[in-house]
Design a protein around this ligand. Structure first.
Ligand code: SF4
Length: 404
């Protein structure tokens, strides 16, 4: 019976998995074969990725205590996958004053946040000074908080308005407190796909230019992919290869985060015939292939619980992922596109989900230094989640458990 089980893996997939486990660098076309794995091949892929994860990262699963802050949803770029942006006249358009951003940051710090992630729409009336003012205001009140802010699209916009040389502009933001940048706005780094999903956003070459410039001055970034819409497996493989090449050159990526397309409320699905997001198989294949293809260059593979939901996120931990992402506290980009998995996952719940798959939770910084290990649930600290009036479950139960 066991022989039958092993013999079921196709020779082509078996050879690729063996090579990956021997730490041979996979080729793009091999990634494409794995991204199409079905049946027994699919399960073998997940198992191989889990073994590679164990070799690369051990059994720790990291997470970061972070609050997302979107300072404005006013944006005229018009990406077809976006359910978040609003025009200025729309009823629910917002442009938060600095004091509101600081209020959100105060709440985050009280709940243990070490990072504030700041991104917003491309508001036509703003300029480079606005980005800097946000950083300065945050650092004035919270000098120790790590500011992870401004996608390459926002950097592109601010840089063009500034008239500075790109590296000088990035240094100017770093001087004001910028710690790292999100590697979002990547979607698929293929201009034929971008011409449909984000026709007015920065092109692939500009994304690469900004990320490399940032890395060259010590400003690290995440790397991302948006999948499950109109892309082919070959385009995903080429995207992964481009990220790997950048990493070989700069070493500046902290992690890779595959982000599944949320389809309900946007033009891309409703009018442009995109697929309705990724299937569960695609979600897990993407995590697993990322683990095998990017090793040893990018060894932190993060799953997105906002996109996948907590249960599939647990499965992703068995398919090559070693990072649970962050608490978020506030999330509107996925929610506005139709995600149903909430905005806040308290640390206590993240630790429970990690332990349920027999792994050890560790709190990390944005750049993956381990801040705290949680080897024994009996020694977990009390919850810092705020009490909600009339609350019957969730945070109230964790608080109660930590008091008893
Ligand atoms: S994805 Fe970003 S740049 Fe594109 S429309 Fe939405 S907010 Fe604007």
């Amino acid at each position: 019976m066991l022989e039958r089980l092993l013999a079921g893996v196709s020779p082509a997939v078996g050879r690729i998995l063996e090579a990956a486990l021997e730490k041979r660098e996979l080729r793009e076309r091999e990634a494409s074969v794995l991204l199409s794995a079905e049946g027994v091949d699919f399960f073998a892929l997940l198992r191989a990725a889990d073994l590679a994860r164990s070799d690369d990262n051990g059994d720790d699963v990291s997470y970061v205590v972070v609050r997302n802050i979107n300072f404005t949803n006013i944006c005229y770029v018009g990406c077809t996958f976006c359910g978040f942006s609003r025009h200025r006249e729309e009823e629910d358009a917002y442009d938060h004053p600095l004091e509101t951003l600081l209020e959100k940051a105060r709440d985050a710090v009280a709940r243990g946040a070490t990072e504030i992630c700041i991104q917003g729409g491309i508001h036509p009336a703003k300029d480079h000074n606005h980005y800097r003012e946000i950083l300065l205001a945050m650092k004035r009140e919270f000098p120790d908080i790590h500011l992870h802010a401004f996608s390459p699209e926002e950097i592109d916009f601010g840089h063009r308005k500034s008239g500075m040389e790109l590296r000088d502009y990035l240094r100017w933001l770093m001087d004001a407190g910028l710690g790292t940048i999100p590697g979002t706005a990547a979607e698929i780094l293929d201009d034929s796909v971008r011409s449909i999903v984000s026709p007015r956003k920065l092109a692939t070459a500009r994304w690469v230019e900004i990320v490399k410039a940032a890395h060259s001055i010590g400003l690290r970034s995440t790397s991302t992919l948006m999948y499950g819409h109109i892309e082919s497996v070959e385009q995903v493989s080429a995207h992964l290869n481009l990220l790997r090449e950048i990493q070989k050159e700069t070493g500046g990526f902290t992690e890779f985060v595959p982000l599944g397309f949320i389809h309900e409320r946007n033009i891309l699905f409703n009018h442009l015939d995109a697929r309705p997001g990724a299937s569960m198989l695609e979600d897990l294949r993407t995590i697993a292939v990322a683990r095998l293809f990017l090793r040893p260059w990018i060894s932190n593979i993060q799953m997105s619980w906002v996109k996948m939901g907590p249960k599939l996120a647990q499965m992703a931990l068995l398919a090559g992922a070693n990072d649970f992402g962050g608490t978020l506290m506030e999330e509107s980009i996925s929610r506005e596109s139709g995600s149903h998995f909430g905005e806040n996952l308290p640390q206590e719940e993240i630790r429970r989900l990690i332990r349920a798959v027999r792994r050890t939770p560790v709190e990390r910084s944005t750049t993956y230094e381990i801040l705290r290990r949680f080897d024994d649930p009996a020694n977990d600290p009390p919850s810092l989640e705020p009490e909600q009036p009339g609350e019957l479950s969730g945070p109230a139960r964790w608080r109660q458990a930590s008091r008893s």
